[in-house]
Write a protein that binds this ligand. Structure first.
Ligand SMILES: [Ca+2]
Ligand SMILES: [Ca+2]
Ligand SMILES: [Ca+2]
Ligand SMILES: [Ca+2]
Length: 270
């Protein structure tokens, strides 16, 4: 009798241990992809903070609105690993990332404020309520990433522990889906406000693009194709940048002010 029950007891114990609050931590959110539509490329990243693999089978994804999705298949997240779940598993149409599970279209990530609530049997394992700007990063085509110094289910409740991603993935949106986030180099309160920057004309049909910011420093300007190829990188010394050699098309413009980044889509007409 004992020999039969012991392995069962161990299995039961392991599975219960693997479903406590904080065992899985939400670490990155792409609520507003730029290079693909939102219904094709929203995703978020989770981290298994335990020393056991965790199966998400039976877990619920909800928000404080009407979104509700039950994960009803085995989705194993290995101990100490990051994994991405999103609304579209097709790399050719989701922005070029690999996800372990697709929740399809019955769960979505609003571009303003929204909540991601992961629960199992009524116990919330982790939740993040992002606020669409006051405290959490709120950008287009750039994921919000939890500072890896604050890798807990409690610390990710605070918007100031998140910052915008700075590295391109897949087709060229910025984020680190499936891998550890880069450290946030500055406090969120120092981050660039969109209202502090003007980039014009955009769409642009002239050879010079104007980039003005309220800050004292000129930015490092980088222009990427949506495939992630860098076409131009220059530290501005004036408020204009020569883009005459770049052909017509849509690009990703990144401005780096010290350790802060700002990105937006740039359209060139010739
Ligand atoms: Ca939602
Ligand atoms: Ca969205
Ligand atoms: Ca949390
Ligand atoms: Ca990441």
């Amino acid at each position: 009798m004992k020999n039969i029950l012991s392995p069962l007891f161990i299995l039961l114990t392991l599975s219960l241990n693997a479903q406590n609050p904080g065992d899985i931590i939400i670490t990155e959110v792409m609520q507003n992809p730029m290079l693909v539509t939102d219904d094709m490329g929203e995703w978020f990243e989770i981290y298994n903070a335990t020393t056991e693999s965790i199966d998400l089978n039976g877990w619920m994804l909800t928000d404080l609105g009407s979104n509700e999705h039950l994960i009803s298949e085995s989705v194993l997240i290995e101990a100490g690993q990051y994994a991405v779940i999103g609304n579209n598993s097709d790399m050719s149409t989701n922005g070029g990332l690999s996800i372990v599970y697709s929740f399809g279209n019955d769960y979505n990530l609003a571009n303003g404020d929204d909540e991601i609530i992961l629960s199992f049997n009524g116990t919330i394992i982790d939740e993040v309520s992002y606020d669409g700007g006051p405290l959490f990063p709120d950008l287009n085509g750039i994921s919000m990433a939890l500072n890896p110094q604050f890798l807990t289910a409690q610390a990710n409740d605070q918007g100031e522990n998140w910052c915008p991603s700075t590295e391109p993935y897949g087709d060229g949106d910025l984020g680190t889906p499936g891998s550890e986030n880069s450290a946030c180099s500055t406090h969120t309160s120092d981050l660039i406000e969109i209202s502090d920057i003007s980039i014009y004309p955009n769409p642009c049909s002239t050879n010079l693009l104007n980039i003005k910011s309220k800050g004292t420093d000129f930015p490092l300007v980088t222009i990427y194709t949506f495939e992630g190829q860098q076409l131009l990188q220059t530290k501005l010394k004036t408020t204009t940048v020569d883009i005459s050699f770049i052909e017509a098309g849509s690009y990703l413009l990144n401005l780096q002010f010290g350790s802060n980044n700002y990105s937006q889509k740039l359209v060139l007409l010739k």
